[in-house]
Write a protein that binds this ligand. Structure first.
Ligand code: ADP
Ligand code: MG
Length: 225
């Protein structure tokens, strides 16, 4: 059974057909995932105080019910290091269609992966794991399984990726924390089971993994009509 706070977010998001990023981040954080520190601002002074509290460098992103793919409208700026750039970014993002605020988030590091799910009418949630960035779109390097998953299933999904070497330490690069990744995949499959009545698809793109941990940096939750 989902926490009431999560059910309330899903309920209020129905009018848009999807869950705005700050709300999606909240759901993932409530369900036990590691997420970046974040805040939402509409005014310059407020943005500055939030960014200083989170600590520069920060990421700024458009929050708008009309913008599902933020980068497509130049709605994401990473590596903002000072107040001036932050204020300039707010001024620009606030002119994008449907602006309701600017999400300011802590900068994460690591290898980018995509963890996704589609709710199949016959099989229920199908969980996808792939390399982030161009990996998914160009190389189609992904593995798929039916939810719910056990740790062993998550392990097999990782082993199926052609690019798995990038995760286990390639040419001197540090291996990522595979246990953290497996836990992320398994927990995600449980969340998808819990939300399957209301959710059409979810994309965590990217999840960023380091030798220490995996953090959900962007979450897109599309709701059933
Ligand atoms: P969208 O997918 O809607 O275009 P994202 O939130 O995924 O927007 O941001 C685009 C890219 O910016 C991500 O793929 C990631 O590379 C980078 N990014 C976003 N948020 C962060 C963050 N908190 N820390 C580091 N990089 C980030
Ligand atoms: Mg994304």
């Amino acid at each position: 059974m989902l926490k009431k706070e999560i059910r309330d977010i899903l309920e209020k998001s129905k009018k848009w057909g999807w869950v705005l990023e700050p709300d999606a981040q909240k759901i993932f954080s409530l369900y036990g995932f590691k997420t970046p520190k974040y805040a939402v601002a509409t005014k310059a002074a407020q943005a500055v105080s939030m960014a200083r509290q989170i600590g520069y460098p920060v990421v700024a992103k458009i929050v708008s019910p009309d913008v599902v793919h933020k980068s497509d409208v130049q709605g994401v700026v990473v590596g903002i290091k000072d107040d001036e750039t932050l204020i300039r970014t707010l001024a620009r993002l606030s002119r994008i269609d449907g602006f309701v605020g600017m999400l300011i988030a802590e900068m994460a590091k690591g290898i980018e992966l995509i963890v996704g799910a589609k709710n199949d009418f016959q099989f229920g949630p199908m969980i996808l794991l792939g390399m982030g960035g161009v990996g998914v779109e160009i190389y189609k390097d992904v593995s798929l399984r039916m939810a719910p998953l056990k740790t062993r299933d998550a392990d097999h999904m990782i082993q199926e990726l052609t690019a798995r070497k990038l995760l286990t330490g390639y040419r001197g690069s540090e291996p990522i924390n595979l246990n953290a990744l497996k836990k992320t995949i398994v927990t995600f499959s449980h969340l998808m089971m819990d939300m399957q009545d209301v959710v059409e698809s979810v994309d965590l793109n990217p999840v960023m993994c380091t030798a220490k941990s995996c953090i959900v940096v962007d979450a897109r939750i599309m709701l059933k009509k």
